[in-house]
Write a protein that binds this ligand. Sequence first.
Ligand code: URA
Length: 432
Amino acid sequence: MDILDIIEKKKKGQKLSSEEISFFAAGYAKGDIPDYQASALLMAICINGMHSDETAALTKAIVESGETLDLSGLPGIKVDKHSNGGVGDKASLVVVPMLASLGYTVIKASGRGLGHTGGTLDKLESIGGLVVGMDMDRLMSIAERTNALICEQSPMITPADKKLYALRDVTATVDSPSLIAASIMSKKIACGADAIVLDVKIGSGSFMKTLEDGQALAREMISIGTSTGKKVSAVLTDMGQPLGYAVGNALEVIEAANTLKGSGPGDLLEVSIELASTLMASVGEDKAAAVEKLIGSINSGMAYSKFVQIILAQGADEVYADNINLILEPRESVVLKAREGGYVYITDCEAIGKASLECGAGRKQLGDTIDSSAGIMMHVKNGDLVSAGDPVATLYSSSSDKLEIALGLLDGAFGYCQAKPDAVETILGTLS
Ligand code: URA
């Protein structure tokens, strides 16, 4: 089999066989196929799409590039959660400890920043000492102590996704529904959970801009998961504005920690509770009782204690267990002020993600290092009334040149209306 023939075939919009897809995924994971040929195929897939059989074959091939975890020796029901990516989306950092504090086992493989969206691994790595890459012995020993952890793809877990993910991030080949579905579902299948909840973000800050596109992605992922015997539900959530106020790695960890302590933003709490309770309902809990338990896990301090236990088990320095705010390092800042008075309306949430990336919170090239204290703190939400000159966001970076470029981008994301815009629900629907 020749990779050039495979690229040629997809360039012409033809369907690839499962053998061709597995040749590509295995060959790329092993290093037999170079980045430039993989990039060409990814771009052809982005442009010409994939049939659902091809997406399922790609998912299987990515799973088979590594091992599938056997969680049968761990206690509790095994559950998992994943999002298709958004701006300020730190819900995993809230959902995983909440569920683990209630006795569920949550072994979650996450991703790094992708395109304009942030990644849970980059966020976690803003906590000094914490490691997300681990071998099977370390993974199992942490899981036995904490019943939860968040790790990266590795030679063991979906190695093909690790390489493809990083390549997609820097070749403008992220926003293909098939590539997103295969990337997400391969990690979920490899991590061995029985039930999965998917947060499918929809709106200008997501890769899925319309409800129809989001629903189609959700259905495709549900179908892949259920065909492997998993219980899969999807919650469709709004990504027309950042989730919470913080955008950027350390800023988001602090906001997630505050949410676990009961003082986080309402929309982040709402999304996190909806995801976790939908998952609990899918394994037989009464949904209203699940919501009560989740709120109880926050009010009792159990959820935050579990968060601390998880980060310490993953190597975080003790000092952050006592004061998570210490993860923020000194950096420069600039305030964005409202151009005019009116009701705030975010017209382009993707631009907020790009502005955060410009501050240093994401990568533009393979191997770029992240400025973990960089990012944006929003001061307003859609529908808030401001006067001209009011502060609407603060940008942070270690470089003032970067701040200047980011400021221009961010300004373009804000609109100001004279009539109050209709409120958009945070939870747009559920599919299972
Ligand atoms: N999350 C993933 O793991 N992969 C994607 O492609 C998008 C979001």
